[in-house]
Write a protein that binds this ligand. Structure first.
Ligand code: MG
Length: 291
């Protein structure tokens, strides 16, 4: 099942779709967070209202517009990305230890597909994209071994871990440069885990203005999803609704020679096989035409 948060005639709803074309509004759940806390068996009540996902009355929002907690991120979790990040700034991005690197991405509001990524050009001169497979937890996990981790997964979505590289290096710590307003586009939907055969191995790609920049497969993760859940849950409860962004492969702007950072008007598409496309346009500050 594919789970959406969508706006229909101006009202936000949680909806479920089998085919990604028509979605059934699930009125029993006010928000996706409620659905994740209560759980959902994939059934659609009879007489549920259906809407076309490409209808002009429908706007697809982030599946979780207000995550209950900040997004947990993996840093340098594809080996090819480790090399390019270190070549950009050895001190800020070096990974000389085998354990996973975790950091937090503050998110007050996650925008969805077709929404804008703000440039923050007054403080950011090096805006970058990172396509990532994100795991959505559906059942509280505490001291869960890798072999049992699958039970605690609800499904998967796409996160663009938008990054201000100059702020990551300037502040020596990634938190601020990863957490500006509008830096957590997510979507277009959460695909439930039963749509995949076990832990998914999926092609992951990014296009900027149609040019393929990132291309890999989630089987290349250094620390895999079950191990991530085991390591984190050894000391912290991963409650239902937790979002974990599993890291990005090579091909980000800072890894190019010279780097080609995002600019006003660029279209960024993050695509993961079996989930869909997260499409966002970069936008600089506009003059206020009302003045
Ligand atoms: Mg990242």
């Amino acid at each position: 099942m594919r789970y959406y948060t969508l706006s229909h005639k101006g009202t936000a709803h949680v909806a479920a779709s089998k085919d990604g074309k028509r979605a059934y509004i699930l009125r029993a759940y006010k928000t996706m967070n409620v659905l994740l806390l209560k759980g959902h068996d994939g059934s659609v009540p009879p007489l549920s209202e259906a809407v076309g996902l490409d209808s002009p009355d429908v706007r697809i929002l982030s599946p979780i517009p207000h995550p209950r907690q900040d997004v947990i991120c993996l840093g340098i979790n594809y080996s090819d990305h480790a090399k390019e990040a270190e070549s950009f700034d050895k001190e800020a991005f070096t990974k000389d230890r085998p354990e996973p690197i975790f950091f937090s991405k503050r998110v007050d509001y996650s925008q969805g597909t077709q929404d804008v990524i703000p440039m923050h050009e007054d403080i950011c001169d090096s805006l970058d994209y990172e396509a990532e497979l994100a795991v959505v937890i559906g059942k509280d996990a505490y001291k869960v071994k890798a072999e049992e981790a699958f039970d605690h997964i609800f499904g998967y979505t796409i996160v663009n871990d938008v990054s201000a590289r100059n702020l990551q290096t300037k502040h020596k710590q990634w938190y601020f440069g990863k957490s500006l307003d509008g830096f957590t586009p997510m979507g277009p939907c959460i695909v439930s885990k039963d749509e995949f055969d076990g832990i998914p191995e999926l092609d992951i790609k990014t296009y900027v203005n149609g040019e393929l920049r990132q291309s890999s497969n989630t089987r290349n993760l250094i620390t895999g999803i079950p191990e991530i859940i085991e390591v984190l849950s050894a000391g912290m409860t991963l409650s239902a609704g937790t979002v974990i962004a599993t890291g990005t492969p090579s091909g980000v702007a800072m890894g190019m020679d010279p780097p080609v950072f995002l600019k006003d008007g660029d279209e960024v598409i993050c695509e993961i096989e079996g989930i869909g496309r997260l499409v966002n346009r970069v936008e600089g500050r506009r003059e206020d035409s009302s003045k």
